[in-house]
Design a protein around this ligand. Structure first.
Ligand code: ATP
Ligand code: MG
Length: 570
């Protein structure tokens, strides 16, 4: 491509709306433009990079014996009603009606569609195992679209669905996908960790996420400093810190006017946070429930949702709902005399002695409280693990980092096949539900994460495999005929050899062209300037400061060397 013919969209200023590097650079380098909140148009440069990610995904999926499909994004409501998710998915689902009042949704994910394909097309165990995938646009009406295409409302996903006759088969299919994912992210130049993830109310260690460490990530990922344990905080099991045994005291009502927060209470009672149990009131799909954790702990809403059998919308209760449940203002909730449908008590709280809770009376707390004697509930792990706590696998110290999920693999088992009646006939002639797995990769989010990991203050530093153009030829003075002629010849030669090359032939100062080349992030830059009269050009890599002067006829070999170093075939 010649820059003079291209719609160049580079910008010098950082757009105010973009908070993180990848979002800023995707706009500044002209990869995409925003159309509405969480809705982006991909521009030619962005599209080329996106297609490169897609191609890597496609190659590795094909090598793992998965077969590409393309399902429609428009899904009839009946399929989602069959699985039950029409009612459970909540307001993230884009729903609409056609002219005949028939209901549809725009697919946020395609388990139902692929289960429907399977129930119609798979008849016998002889057709198994099968893995079908697509690279397709998904729609989610996210509550908070942010960070550009990291969390958008329309995005491209590679989603795959495996069908097996039994759990052993599923284990194999799952492992194959896990291996394919590692290859995919490696080829994209992404440093990714595979971590244990929550698999919802159906439970089991059946799901893993591929996480990119990132300060701007929206997930907390728990790593062990001693062993290979890694898990999303939603999933990471905490080990209760057991309190020292004490003689049981009797309950005492204490007047605590305007003392509500844990900090205020610690000061008022002149004790530590560990002597308090907080009672948090939630609205779980319309049910009012309460969760108790120690004063210094944070509730883990995923663990809470799972304990409640799977919740679509879990929100903190409104002040009115709190008043109804506790007969008090917010800040004075406690387990004794509480009106909720379920009380979940963190194991740590159940093992504390003589602790302090809200009295369900405005301006009062109760001290000397003990679980079992004064109240009861469902005891379990309902809190977040914290930095420095024990690893659930080896007991070593854990550390917590922010991360972004780029991929997710999940053993579904027979959840969808049973709900939707997707059966096959086994070796004995009996019908059995298909055993399924599902596997997603966010293509746009992967692209943004690549930029997040590969950039500097001047712009993107594309890994060769993803770069929209691999080589940039910069003509120092476009009006100079000798320079231009040599540049055109090199450009034509590289194109003939199937190398994606961009020629900056614009009538601009060399400095402007270098700035754009750096911003766009092309990995290899060839500058054709004065020295061309001696047959020499400048060779520079985007990820290095070094500038080499080489002869024109060495250029192709140098480029090929770079491709080889990066394990890329031409
Ligand atoms: P998150 O927790 O970030 O919302 P998710 O668990 O909803 O992700 P999945 O349903 O597993 O995500 O989707 C598979 C992949 O699709 C994710 O790993 C992610 O890369 C991508 N993805 C999900 N939601 C979005 C979004 N709103 N914008 C861009 N990519 C997304
Ligand atoms: Mg989501």
């Amino acid at each position: 491509m010649k820059m003079s013919k291209m719609l160049n969209l580079t910008m010098r200023e950082t757009p105010a709306e973009a908070e993180i590097a990848s979002h800023q650079l995707m706009l500044r380098a002209g990869l995409m433009r925003k159309m509405a909140s969480g809705v982006y148009n991909f521009m030619p440069l962005g599209l080329k990079a996106l297609k490169n990610v897609e191609e890597i995904v496609r190659e590795e999926m094909n090598s793992a014996d998965a077969q590409e499909f393309l399902a429609s994004a428009v899904i009839p409501a009946e399929l989602w009603q069959d699985s039950g998710r029409w009612y459970a998915y909540g307001s993230e689902l884009f729903r609409f009606k056609d002219r005949n009042e028939r209901e549809f949704c725009l697919g946020p994910t395609h388990e139902e569609v692929f289960t429907d394909i399977a129930r119609q097309e798979i008849k016998s165990y002889k057709q198994l195992p099968l893995n079908l995938y697509q690279i397709q646009t998904k729609y989610r009406d996210e509550r908070r679209p942010r960070f550009g295409v990291m969390r958008s409302r329309e995005f491209i996903m590679k989603d795959a669905y495996s069908f097996d006759k039994d759990d052993a088969g599923l284990d194999k299919s799952y492992l194959k996908m896990q291996e394919a994912y590692i290859k995919i992210f490696n080829r994209c130049g992404l440093d990714v960790k595979c971590v244990e993830a929550d698999s919802g109310a159906i439970g089991g260690s059946n799901s893993a996420e591929f996480m990119v460490k990132s300060e701007v990530g929206e997930d907390d990922v728990v790593f062990c400093t001693c062993c290979d344990y890694a898990a999303n905080i939603e999933k990471a099991q905490s080990t209760p810190e057991l309190a020292e045994k004490e003689e049981l005291q009797s309950l005492a009502n204490v007047e605590t006017p305007n003392v509500k927060t844990i900090e205020e209470l610690v000061e008022f009672f002149n004790t530590t946070e560990k002597k308090f149990a907080k009672t948090l009131i939630y609205n779980a799909d319309g049910r009012i429930v309460a969760v108790m954790v120690r004063g210094d702990r944070a509730v883990n809403e995923t663990k809470v949702s799972n304990a409640l059998g799977g919740v679509t919308e879990l929100n903190m209760a409104t002040p009115e709902e709190v008043l109804e449940a506790t007969s008090a203002q917010v800040g004075f909730a406690g387990p004794i005399g509480l009106k909720v449908t379920e009380l979940l008590v963190d194991t740590e709280v159940a093992n504390m002695y003589n602790f302090i809770v809200g009295a369900n009376k405005t301006g009062y707390h109760i001290s000397g409280v003990n679980y079992g004697r004064d109240f009861e509930g469902t005891v379990g792990d309902f809190r977040n693990i914290e930095e420095g706590e024990k690893c659930p696998k080896c007991g070593g110290a854990i550390t917590i980092s922010r991360g972004t999920e780029v991929g997710h693999i999940f053993k579904l088992g027979t959840k969808y096949s049973k709900a939707m009646g997707a059966n096959f006939i086994d070796e004995t002639g009996a019908p059995q539900p298909l055993v399924m797995g599902c596997y997603g990769i966010g293509i746009n989010r992967t692209l943004a994460s690549v930029i997040e990991q590969h950039h500097d203050e001047n712009g993107i530093i594309w890994p060769l495999a993803i770069a929209p153009y691999k080589v940039a030829i910069v003509v120092a003075v476009s009006k100079n005929e000798e320079q231009m002629k040599a540049a055109e010849e090199l450009y034509n030669e590289l194109r003939m050899r199937k190398i994606d090359v961009i020629l900056d032939d614009r009538d601009e100062r060399a400095g402007v062209k270098f700035k754009d080349a750096d911003l766009i992030g092309t990995p290899i830059r060839i500058t054709i300037g004065k020295k061309i009269s001696e047959g020499m050009v400048e060779f520079k890599l985007r990820n290095s400061e070094e500038l080499e002067v080489i002869s024109l006829d060495q250029v192709y070999n140098k480029i090929i060397e770079e491709f080889k170093k990066n394990n890329i075939e031409i």
